[in-house]
Design a protein. Sequence first.
Length: 307
Amino acid sequence: MKRLLLAVTFFVIGLNVFAVELPKTEVIKVNGNLYALLGPPELPNKANRGYMVNSTLIIGDKGVILVDTGFSDEIGRHLNGVIKGITDKPVTHVINTHHHGDHTLGNSEFKGAEIISAEKCKELVEKIGYEWIGMVEGMTGLKFPNTRPVPATRVYPEHSHNAVVLQGVKLDLWVPGGSHTPGDMLVYLPDDKALMGGDILVNTITPNFRDGNVKTWITTLGEITRMDLKTIVPGHGPLMQMQDVHAMRQRMLALYAGVEKGYKQGLMDSDIRKTLDLSAWKRLKHFDANMGTNISRTYLEVEAANF
Ligand SMILES: [Zn+2]
């Protein structure tokens, strides 16, 4: 009996050691068929194990659609658990808003689901998906041996609006010109007046320009401001209001104009930085992590446009 107890105790301890503790998902019920599943706002670290993405759950007739799946297989599993607490219906469709690992590397957990993205997103997942696993492992100091990139099986070309019906739900899958990345997809639900922006929209957080095209991004934000929206789910941070989209666009416009002004005066990007008013940016999270890259990226774009 004693031996049995000991064995059971070890088994339970063993389970606890291997159970992965991820930060809680903030579930926001927009209506009975639409839930924003908000991840924590911090960058990947050991405690959050790379969980940082906002996902969206859209409930249809016989199955559900999940927008964005997290940075690893375990985050995908975590999201699946959250979904099971909301609905019994299976995830039949996954939409990736862009190729970055924090939005795509949980795809493998949704076996049998059709994965949908922009054409260029699929190509980039195939090409550099493993680099993103290396990136999250580097940032968290953890290993994710079971994470693997799974590209989309259904894709849409750049500069397209695609009206589709999935599980009885009307969607517009909007692929703008490359904005945050070359292969962005925004998801619009006309019946709910809801938009999932991926990282074209981030709230209270410094956007990341590393793969972006700032000018096209500003144009896309302008198009969003002309939409009639009730719910705006950003890729990171709390739900947005239209005034937040306007503010994000204004910050980016002012940054581009400031860099262009400096460029025309013959300044290098490091000197241009000193001339910029970054007060509106400094209030955002991850300013220190992203802003240097953002200014350099904008400089390269200004240079190319003025060459
Ligand atoms: Zn992201």
